[in-house]
Design a binder for this molecule. Structure first.
Ligand code: CA
Length: 224
């Protein structure tokens, strides 16, 4: 899953990007409102500070929503600014945190937003006996832990959030790398190959010319 953080405080911005990438997300950081607004990459969620130079967060959010960007947005507000929160929710925010906050709480709220956006109620995503616990960024098959690299986890986590649906390779590329990463869609095939070796070769189907589909091989009905 790929996230955008819009935060002008450089220390907090760095802390947030570090914490989020350590928890299995690809993260881009924008340091002011215009930069945040101008970013046209597809994100799974955004963390948006409301007090921003050049263009304030509420305005950024209004413009995102007007442009049809429907990713979940968590706003960061200063203490004692309850009217900011109201303006944020009216502009289309999904959740908020008041500064200062605990990173753990931000992570938990983001997990909830991401899984709700993908239609899942629980923090542990399951597909048959394949399980991804988004709280610990860990995967297991039939209770046995699977060791994954950061990129393998991102691919699997994205596929688990979108299980059953064909995910085009370009979409995967857009959601597992941050902006600064040298992207090569061929490496996706490598990650998929490694994942198949680790979780079982029949769980990720290649839909020729379309993309990949994560399934529970025991539940899948053969219809043709
Ligand atoms: Ca600020």
């Amino acid at each position: 899953m790929r996230l955008l953080v819009v935060e002008d405080d450089p220390d907090l911005g760095r802390q947030l990007t570090d914490a989020l990438s350590n928890n299995g997300y690809a993260v881009d950081l924008a340091a002011d409102g215009e930069e945040g607004l101008g970013d046209t990459e597809p994100y799974d969620a955004a963390v948006l500070d409301l007090g921003l130079p050049k263009m304030d967060g509420v305005r950024v959010l209004e413009r995102w929503r007007a442009a049809g960007k429907d990713m979940p947005v968590l706003i960061l507000t200063a203490r004692d600014r309850w009217s900011e929160k109201v303006a944020g929710f009216d502009a289309g925010a999904d959740d908020y945190l008041t500064k200062p906050f605990y990173t753990e709480e931000l992570l938990a709220r983001l997990r909830a937003l991401l899984r709700r956006a993908a239609g899942h109620a629980s923090a542990a995503l399951e597909c048959g006996d394949l399980r991804v616990d988004t709280r610990a960024a860990r995967a297991s098959v039939d209770g046995e832990p699977i060791k994954l690299t950061a990129h393998e986890y991102r691919v699997l986590s994205y596929m688990m959030h979108h299980q059953g649906r064909v995910v085009p390779r370009t979409e995967l590329v857009e959601h597992i790398y941050d902006q600064d990463f040298d992207r090569d869609s061929n490496t996706i095939e490598v990650f998929i190959g490694r994942l198949r070796r680790k979780i079982g070769s029949n769980r990720i189907l290649t839909e020729r010319g379309l993309g990949y589909r994560l399934i529970d091989p025991k539940a899948e009905k053969i219809t043709e």
